[in-house]
Design a protein around this ligand. Structure first.
Ligand SMILES: [Mg+2]
Length: 432
């Protein structure tokens, strides 16, 4: 049997050759740098601020004990035919630890494979609660590779595009002040937290008192004079009861002014969730309830209290907008790091949640110009023995198998396209 590397068609746009001796100024960015997210994906913010946070991320990467990028041969071929997009929780990480096959899967994509190629990839998670830079530093350590904000989308990333639309907003969820910082980093001008509201009037939440630290960080403000224009649930609520009370107060208010009550219950601010996953895969053996559950609960509660239906909006997967965002990110990433300026023919999306990962990929495949191929893994939300509500193109045990599945599929496609028979003899092209 011939060596696979001989069979892969040379030239054309199948792959691009990159080597240290051929390194140009453009592809030098393949080195140990953290790439700034594409400008058009960023809300307007201070360039210095972005540069500083990237510098912090780079510094932490260099200081971290994580091994550097897996060693690759001096010459590495980067395919421009296909790419991967990965969900994170339940696919690569579970309960804060990498899933065993995840590290190997990344090595395979980075050149440790029988085809001698590298495959570009991005990460698309519904999770959040930290800045993209912080999450990339963490993911780099967990997966033992360098992950750049330029290849990363989390649930709240698309919310940066809303920063221009609203002035004063309530941001809910996450640890401490983290989500306020994320929102301000996105360019939101006036960010209020539930802590600020409780600090102003502690009777707001009868059973929740702020800790000393929360009190110190919460900002004093007169909410009698504040109109909250929109509510953003950035990350999982740490205190459902008080967060829901505050959201409900605003939904029932006149124009987002606390302490008022609308007669129609139709004058409250809109509510946006960074995703809609009802359950997710954490360290417990069984799935845990997530932000989608808060959304369901809030809508039911609003109905129970007001008798009216509440319409809320969720970002994240399976929303088509998130996949469009991923397309733009992937295009920019491939251009910046691999000098590839055309979209991939196929994007393999690897996820563990049929309702968000598989549904979103399949629906996007129906409307995208290129192919989006869904692969479901058995290491997360989906469990063997159940029937997924949305049918993936392939179901495999883990992320390593998902990577191998796509690479083998592409290899077979390339073989077919080049008319090579099993003896490794190239047939002559007979098509016009
Ligand atoms: Mg997941």
């Amino acid at each position: 049997m011939s060596a696979p590397s001989l069979i892969v068609p040379a030239g054309g746009r199948f792959m691009r050759r990159l080597s240290s001796s051929e390194a140009s100024k453009e592809n030098m960015s393949l080195g140990p740098t953290v790439v700034v997210p594409p400008k058009h994906l960023m809300a307007p913010s201070s360039a210095n601020e972005v540069a500083a946070s990237i510098e912090v991320a780079r510094h932490e990467l260099e200081d971290s004990a994580a091994p550097s990028t897996p060693s690759t041969p001096p010459e590495t071929l980067v395919t421009d035919k296909y790419a991967y997009a990965f969900d994170i929780d339940g696919v690569l990480i579970r309960g804060g630890k990498p899933i065993p096959e995840a590290i190997e899967a990344m090595k395979v994509l980075n050149g440790a494979n029988q085809y001698g190629i590298k495959v570009p990839y991005i990460f698309v998670t519904n999770g959040g609660g930290k800045t993209e830079q912080e999450r990339c530093v963490q993911l780099s350590q967990q997966l033992q590779i360098e992950v750049s904000p330029g290849q990363f989308i989390c649930g709240h990333t698309p919310m940066r595009e809303m920063a221009e639309r609203y002035n004063t907003v309530l941001v809910v969820g996450g640890e401490g002040e983290k989500c306020r910082q994320v929102a301000e980093g996105y360019g939101f001008k006036d960010v209020v937290t539930p802590g600020d509201i409780i600090k102003d009037n502690q009777d707001t939440t009868p059973f929740r008192k702020l800790t000393e630290e929360e009190y110190r960080h919460s900002r004093a403000r007169n909410f009698g004079e504040t109109e909250i224009e929109a509510i953003f649930v950035f990350a999982d609520s740490r205190d459902w009861a008080s967060d829901q009370q505050i959201i409900l107060d605003l939904l029932m208010s006149k124009n987002g002014r606390l302490g008022t009550r609308s007669e129609t219950f139709e004058e409250g601010p809109p509510v946006f969730f960074s995703h809609n996953d009802v359950v997710w895969s954490a360290s417990h053996d069984l799935t845990r309830i997530g932000m989608g559950a808060l959304r369901v609960s809030l809508e039911a509660m609003f109905k129970a209290v007001t008798g009216k239906d509440l319409k809320t909006t969720a970002f994240g997967k399976p929303q088509i907008g998130t996949f469009q965002f991923a397309t733009r990110l992937l295009q920019q990433w491939r251009k910046d790091t691999h000098s590839i300026d055309s979209p991939p023919d196929t994007v393999y999306f690897v996820g563990d949640t049929p309702e968000s990962d598989i549904r979103g990929t399949n629906e996007f495949d129906n409307c995208a110009e290129n192919n989006w191929y869904s692969i479901l893994v058995r290491t997360g939300v989906f469990q063997e023995g159940t029937k997924p509500r949305f049918t993936p193109r392939a179901t495999v045990d883990n992320v390593l198998e998902a990577v191998k599945h796509g690479m083998e599929r592409e290899y077979k496609k390339a073989l077919k396209a080049s008319f090579i028979d099993v003896d490794g003899v190239q047939g002559s092209a007979i098509e016009e």
